[in-house]
Design a protein around this ligand. Structure first.
Ligand code: TYC
Length: 126
């Protein structure tokens, strides 16, 4: 049995032969590694607006609370957004990735139903 086989796992061939030294005039790469630039393939995630719709029954205070608790707006901003919805019929609460937007919608609808309000919350591609 040749001595080399003692150091190699079964079914594995011997290591590749060493690279021969460059002949005169040939590029002396000195073992440099060339990394090719990859083309960018990943797109940024699509974004979705979460909106509240106006209705005649949900108390303004509840809408302001929703905007503060679920969308982290301060009282002033939450009040402005609520009034915009009240006057214009709908308004943007925030912009999120798809999963986060869908979760916000579910949480707002659950809280509204639990409180007995008909508040509508939807998401739309931004
Ligand atoms: N229009 C409601 C009222 O007068 C207030 C309201 C604001 C309801 C925004 C829903 O998304 C809404 N009580």
């Amino acid at each position: 049995m040749p001595v080399l086989s003692v150091f190699l796992p079964r079914n594995q061939s011997a290591p590749p032969a060493p690279v021969p030294p460059p002949k005169p005039g040939q590029d002396e790469g000195e073992g440099a590694v060339v990394v090719e630039r990859q083309t960018q393939k990943t797109e940024p995630p699509r974004l979705y607006q979460v909106l509240l719709l106006n209705d005649d029954f949900t108390p303004m205070e509840f809408v302001v609370m929703v905007l503060q608790e679920f969308f982290r707006h301060d009282l002033d901003t939450a009040t402005q957004i609520m009034l915009k919805i009240h006057h214009e019929g709908r308004g943007v609460c925030g912009v999120f990735t798809k999963d986060v937007a869908a979760t916000k919608v579910e949480l707002v609808l659950a809280a509204s139903r639990r409180a007995g309000h008909p508040l509508q919350c939807i998401m739309e591609a931004a």
